[in-house]
Design a protein around this ligand. Structure first.
Ligand code: FES
Ligand SMILES: [Fe+2]
Length: 432
């Protein structure tokens, strides 16, 4: 393990080995991923009994399934006989999962139901009850399904803490709940997973440089105008960055990107403090520690003629397949009962900006790959740690809202990244 001890207020660098060492990768799976609530999917992906999708929690293969009784379960996708991958499909519907090796068969609630020639070969007292699929704790938040195998970890509500206040602004606008109408999109890219976490947690600094072409093409919409912004940090390592169009608070509230006839419902659904924070929004993005991120852009710009102006909320998950390779899944999450054409317009915005080959995504992925390219350098490893000094001594100005969390009234700062790495490094150092 690279040497490193940080206290909260010290300046600190992150040694390059944290992005390059396969031993660190194994340890963070044990020390960070095993002790966190991890996103696995959206409830709308498995609406009916028997519906399932296969996912990863870190590097563990799991099945998110709705049981015959209608419950959500997250099961380790590993046969308890010899550990063979049980379900090989990405998505499907089944009351049972049968192993391809010796044929053990499990119900979609994980119980071991059938063992070929069981009585004859194992005896009539063979106890199948202890050989069910290993099940995680499961908990949902506005349709997003999280899971953990840590039986000691606090509840999801406690884990999200004050981050829930901000997530609800985006996920709670409709009384009908949320939907993931286009399912999930999966791809892998070269780069360490933490680069994506740190970028999405609050890197406002790279926008006008790495994504300059997007700004020049008008794709940033309202973000390119006069804005004010904040960075907010929360217990358990979560962080977000938000901007709104600079307005006086006595101006009538607007929720750009949402149909105007739904604005009264938004006001009703959100608390007055949430509505104040969310009105006039130009962008909100952040990290639910360790590996879920979200991007919300109400007015993206670059529409086709006649296209509806629709707010886009992308939820992302990044799993470290190795120290140098990351699997990303993302979903468009919309209010469940909004019109189809609104959802389609939001989807186009997502694919144009943040899909696997989109304008902003490809800029970021290329920078992640270039960092990976230098990580193998021995001298580089000794001399070039990752630096997070930006806006360390810049006094916060007063933010525009009264929301919870540690609110820093600056939208270009590395305070969120420092918070993410401090939480991460504390876990790496503390959990022997
Ligand atoms: S490994 Fe699954 S039945 Fe043998
Ligand atoms: Fe970016």
């Amino acid at each position: 393990m690279p040497e490193l001890t940080v206290s909260v207020d010290d300046r600190f660098d992150v040694p390059r080995a944290y992005f390059a060492d396969a031993g660190v990768w194994r340890q963070e799976l044990e020390k960070v991923f095993r002790h966190s609530w991890l996103l696995v999917g959206h409830e709308s992906e498995v609406p009916a009994p028997g519906d399932y999708v296969t996912r990863k929690m870190g590097t563990d293969e799991v099945i998110l399934v709705r049981t015959e009784a209608g419950e959500l379960q997250v099961l380790l996708n590993a046969c308890t006989h010899r550990g063979t991958l049980l379900c090989k499909a990405d998505i499907g519907n089944s009351s049972h999962f049968r192993c391809g090796y010796h044929g053990w068969t499990f119900g979609n609630d994980g119980t071991l139901r059938g063992v070929p020639r069981g009585r004859e070969l194992y005896g009539k007292d063979f106890d199948k009850s202890s050989l069910g699929l290993r099940a995680a704790r499961v908990s949902s938040f506005h349709g997003l399904v999280f899971a953990t195998f840590d039986t000691e970890l606090c509840s999801l509500a406690e884990y999200l803490g004050d981050m829930a206040f901000y997530l609800e602004c985006m996920l709670g606008v409709s009384a009908a709940g949320t939907d993931a109408p286009y399912g999930s999109f999966r791809f892998t890219h070269l780069g360490n997973w933490k680069l994506e976490a740190d970028n999405l947690a609050g890197d406002g600094y790279h926008l006008r440089h790495a994504h300059r072409a997007g700004f020049e093409m008008g794709l940033m919409g309202a973000q390119a105008g006069a804005v004010e912004g904040v960075c907010v940090q929360f217990e358990h390592g979560h962080a977000l960055r938000a901007q709104r169009t600079a307005v006086d608070d006595d101006q009538p509230r607007a929720f750009p990107g949402y149909p105007e006839d739904r604005w009264p419902e938004i006001e009703q659904q959100l608390s007055p403090e949430q509505a104040r924070m969310f009105a006039h929004s130009t962008v909100v993005h952040g990290l639910v520690y360790p590996n879920m991120a979200f991007v919300h852009t109400p007015r993206a710009g670059g529409f086709d003629a006649g296209e509806t102006d629709a707010a886009m909320l992308q939820v992302r998950l990044f799993n470290p397949l190795g120290v140098n390779e990351t699997e990303e899944l993302n979903w468009l999450v919309t209010p469940a009962d909004y019109p189809e054409e609104w959802k389609l317009s939001a989807f186009k915005t997502m694919q144009r900006q943040h899909g696997a080959t989109a304008f902003f995504e490809s800029d970021d992925l290329e920078n992640f790959r270039r960092m990976l390219q230098v990580n193998g350098g021995v001298e580089t490893g000794h001399q070039v740690p990752a630096n997070f000094d930006l806006a360390r001594d810049v006094a916060p100005f007063t933010p525009w809202f009264d929301g919870p969390g540690s609110v820093v009234g600056a939208d270009i700062s590395e305070v969120n990244q420092r918070w993410f790495y401090r939480t991460y490094l504390a876990a790496m150092e503390d959990r022997a």
